[in-house]
Design a protein around this ligand. Sequence first.
Ligand SMILES: [Zn+2]
Length: 426
Amino acid sequence: MNRWLIRRVIKASGFRSGYRIPWNWKLGASLYNKESFKKTYREEAFKLILREVSRKSKFYREHLERYNLKNVKTPEDLGDFFTYPEQLESHSEDFICQKPDIYFETSGSSGKPKRVGFTYEDFLLLAFSTAQGFEKMGMEKNDLYLNAYSYGIWVPGLIIQNALGMLGVPAIPVGHQKAEVIFEKILTYKPSIVGILPSSLIIITKLAEEYNSELPKIRWFLTGAQHIPTKTKEWIKSVWNADVINGYGATEFGGTFAMECEEGKGYHFNDLMFWVEIIDPDQKGYGELAVTTLAFHSMPLIRYRIGDITRFVHDSCHCSLGTEKIDYILGRKDDMFKAAGNNLYPGYFSKAVVEGVFLGVEIDTREGIDCIRIRVTEGSKTDLKKLDTFILDTIEKGEIIVETKFESLDSRIRRKIPKLIDLRPR
Ligand SMILES: [Zn+2]
């Protein structure tokens, strides 16, 4: 693939305003499925972004000083250099290369929000790639999208709104409201697609079950931020006769990062805009996700370790998204805990939930034995036999107690629910 042309795709400032799509973005999208384009694009974009951050950002200038950047061709070449959420929390201004036009926030692990800035061009590129994904999934002008994501300082509301604008799909910007309000708007507007948090989706599905008249014909629910077990999906599907497609993302890299495989084989991520690595993988391939943003100019992130544990999925699939995949998120690195000598993640216990929503685990001790309570929403069903064999073995040996704990779920629920509550005395 011609490197000059690829550099034009990366660099050309065709950006105008609003929904006018620059030619280089369109060209990039049309070449997207060519493996040789993707490989060369990523290498070139990485070199350029590295040069840019080491010149313009205080943080990177200081940290990358020890490298001869001419010899750095891939993120792996940076060895032990990584960036972390704590650094973004404590001095996000030092990451800035170009003055942000728009800021978003996400709750930080220490309770302090992380602020992430994007240029207007970064922001619209994200919307463009989201629109490309939607288009591949079959969204069209005749659809009507009800967006029940927050339009506030959390990223998905506005990004999705702009993506819909680019596709010419009309939108109803309901925002994150009480589930009863969302349900009423669905009945009023009869959208064909609804973007919604899983916890709200469950409540509106219960309302739909009790509803006596005909429900609007919804094609898909696009959800994110929480995992939904297969049985729950089937239940939602049977009530609404609609598909449920889950996404995975993080505000730090623009919210709309990956979308669930139609065959349920993990998440397809945007492998053109992001260079993804799995750090220190175990025997099963699970390690920490590290993401390098290749296309943002305001606050590029190099090898950003968000703390989520996942692995690459190499199983081929026939779905329309067709890009590289990562597996469902096992948990957060900080959520790893020890029980009966095992390193465990809350995600291991989500496998027991066959119906309902998994909220996390709570650990306590009972007569010296670790007791793990699987926290689920009321009405959920668990089947402990679905747990991994090594956990089942430990249960049978009497080394841990595993129980289910029901928690009520209402529409005021916080978006981020702690996955791990450790009540054991220290
Ligand atoms: Zn797929």
